[in-house]
Design a binder for this molecule. Structure first.
Ligand code: HPA
Ligand code: ZN
Length: 324
């Protein structure tokens, strides 16, 4: 099974590039940029990665991003992730970035996006890995800040395929961002949102109805609303499920309790993704392996995760045909 999973072609649809910052690169960039870290060693960083919910992770994740200053830092971060994709047979990846995490500390929007897109272009050219870029708004900030971010993105619209919504779900429902999502759609962008990770199933329905999202990021709490499960199956709306993230953040205490296989067998378009691999203990292959050992899916079901991800991808029809 291990070699089947390793060699299985994969497509990633839920990856925060800031969440791929490995402790080693964090230390290297801290040194290069003379940024003080609250850790003395790589071992201390790894020991700090014990989370009890989403917020306890987000606090550490935003602090880690402080080492990213120059365009080259964003390039190096993205390139390191693409090398992991190559190792894991990831053919195509759609990555999130959080501009506000950087602009809030004085880093220019252009610095961030230029570093990321330059690495993605090299990933296409040198590794044959295709990609799309999704700009996320931080939902703990207000809609005015999201609008400002969308205006900073105007010169770079060609580099973006969609906007998304991430950060603290509880207390920050999709209703808060109706107008900015409408504006993004007017500008030709698709939309996605984190919903039903820690928050209620209602956040999934509201993200579909009010933000007109094309896929649901996480979405595992849909199980609490049988009508919603029926809708997700009927309309084949993809869920970008992140198994290791869900157990690390205690959405499920143990992988054995994860509902993803049950949802797959009810006909939902389920995909497997790594979310924040440097923080949650693994990249795509690790997520597939964790699911395989806890839930015992068949090889056909494992291959189905990839087929679903191809179907739900925002890449061109030509690229989809190549990957099938
Ligand atoms: N949920 C919400 N916000 C995030 C996540 C997540 O899993 N990862 C990075 N930002
Ligand atoms: Zn996420």
């Amino acid at each position: 099974m291990q070699s089947f999973i390793q060699g299985l072609p994969k497509v990633e649809l839920h990856l925060h590039i800031e969440g791929s910052l490995e402790p080693e690169l964090m230390f290297e960039l801290a040194k290069r940029n003379q940024v003080d870290l609250p850790y003395q060693s790589i071992e201390e960083v790894s020991a700090a990665y014990q989370f009890h919910n989403l917020q306890s992770f987000l606090d550490i994740y935003y602090a880690g991003a402080a080492v990213l200053i120059h365009e080259q830092d964003f390039y190096d971060l993205t390139w390191a992730y693409l090398l992991c994709c190559q190792r894991d047979c990831v053919m195509h990846t759609e990555i999130f970035f959080d501009p506000q995490t950087h602009t809030e500390r004085g880093i220019a929007f252009d610095t961030v996006i230029t570093g990321i897109t330059r690495a993605l272009a090299d990933g296409q050219q040198k590794l044959g890995i295709s990609s799309e870029l999704i700009m996320c708004f931080l939902r703990h900030l207000d809609q005015a800040s999201a609008f400002e971010t969308l205006s900073q993105a105007q010169p770079h619209l060609d580099s973006l395929v969609a906007v998304g919504l991430d950060s603290s779900e509880l207390g920050h429902p999709p209703q808060k961002f109706i107008e900015v999502f409408a504006k993004a759609r007017e500008q030709g962008l698709l939309t996605v949102a984190h919903a039903g990770e820690e928050g209620p199933a209602q956040n999934i329905s509201d993200s579909l109805d009010l933000l007109k999202i094309s896929r649901v990021d996480h979405g595992v709490r849909c199980i609490d609303d049988p009508k919603l499960v029926e809708r997700l199956a009927k309309e084949q709306i993809a869920l970008t499920v992140c198994p290791l993230s869900n157990t690390k953040l205690k959405v499920f205490e143990q992988m054995e309790q994860h509902n993803l296989l049950e949802l797959l067998r009810q006909g939902l378009c389920i995909t497997l993704n790594s979310d924040d691999p440097a923080y949650f203990g693994g990249y795509m292959t690790d997520n597939f392996e964790a699911v395989a050992s806890a839930l015992s899916p068949t090889q056909q079901e494992l291959a189905q995760f990839t087929r679903h991800a191809i179907d739900a991808s925002f890449c061109s029809a030509e690229r989809k045909a190549q990957m099938r």
